[in-house]
Design a binder for this molecule. Structure first.
Ligand SMILES: [Mg+2]
Length: 328
């Protein structure tokens, strides 16, 4: 049975008629899906939505027929690791703006991030950033999860099937990493809060520019030879990454931030002209290039600014809000 069919066959009960259900809900096996209902997920389905949504989170107004999509990177774009009073106020103003204007503007708002769903929700919950977007495309766009009024947490099964049939293999990644090690390129596995199904990430420690370029060329060459999608970007120490290192992410070829942006536009019958995207680092650049309105926030890395010249006047949420208020 496929993941999707096992999910669709999930059992639904009215709350209150199943004491066992309440204890399962508390243990995180059941997911609240609307007023008075819970849904039992199969264990395989639960892996996608294991980070449960609790009462701290609020939902944006529903958007069944979006006219625009706004895509935001999470770390250091929507979410400022520097929790200064100024950044906090900008965050509150952006949340208020989205809540008030989505119904009239027709904006579908989502996060596109290299982090896992669990990491994003943990960061948001831990910093009282409680407004859930309409969707989160996590793990570098290899998973998409929707949050709406009727179903609290709904994976995109079409996208997941596309990842499953991509030919991506973690065993192929492991073999390639070993081959790189034998050639003197030592990749260190990145810590994971949850093991992503279709992404394997490493750090490459930077040494000298010439040596780094040789190592990166070899990584690109072997990834292509093994039919693996690859993302390389400079680590951002402000987001907790090691100084002077590179993020090396292996993903399915038909994934990545830009592919997920194109997929979601297509699914909603929209075009590049109907989309805004915001980011701050090298791995955001492809996403900014495939929409008509792509912006780096003012606090973006120098690496990113060298690759994209449309930059907001304000940093973080303040920059996003500045662009949206001017456009809508
Ligand atoms: Mg970022």
């Amino acid at each position: 049975m496929s993941d999707s069919s096992s999910f669709r066959l999930g059992l639904r009960w009215k709350t209150g008629i199943c004491v066992v259900g309440i204890s399962l809900l508390l243990s995180g096996i059941l997911v609240p899906i609307g007023k008075g209902k819970v849904e039992m997920l199969s264990s395989s389905s639960a892996t996608l939505c294991e980070a449960r949504i609790d009462a701290r989170f609020r939902l944006l107004p529903g958007m069944p027929k979006p006219r625009w999509i706004v895509f935001c990177d999470f770390d250091e774009t929507y979410f400022a690791h520097d929790r200064s009073a100024q950044n906090w106020k900008a965050k509150v103003r952006l949340e208020d703006y989205l809540t008030a204007t989505c119904p009239s503007t027709g904006i579908l708002f989502g996060l596109v991030t290299g982090s896992s769903l669990e990491e994003v929700l943990q960061q948001m919950g831990g910093s009282q950033m409680t407004l859930l977007p309409h969707f989160i495309a996590s793990d570098l766009g290899t998973e998409i999860t929707y949050f709406d009024q009727n179903v609290t947490c709904r994976p995109d099964w079409t996208w997941r099937d596309r990842m499953a049939s991509s030919g991506f293999s973690k065993e192929a990644v492991r073999r390639m990493v070993e081959a790189l090690r034998l050639k003197g390129v030592d990749l260190k596995p990145q810590p994971e809060l949850r093991v992503a199904a279709y992404k394997k990430s490493y750090f490459l420690e930077g040494r000298d520019p010439e040596g780094d370029q040789k190592a990166l060329s070899l990584i690109r060459e072997l990834a292509a030879a093994n039919a693996l999608g690859l993302n390389i970007s400079r680590c951002n120490p402000k987001a907790g990454d090691p100084e002077g290192s590179y993020d090396i992410d292996f993903i399915p070829v038909p994934s990545g931030k830009e592919r997920v942006v194109q997929y979601l536009l297509s699914q909603n019958g929209l075009a590049a002209e109907d989309a805004y995207a915001f980011g701050e680092s090298g791995n955001d650049i492809p996403m900014l290039k495939v929409v008509r309105h792509g912006f780096l926030v003012a606090n973006a890395t120098e690496e990113a600014k060298a690759l994209h010249d449309q930059v907001t006047g304000e940093p973080y949420a303040g920059g996003i809000l500045q662009v949206l208020e001017a456009a809508f």
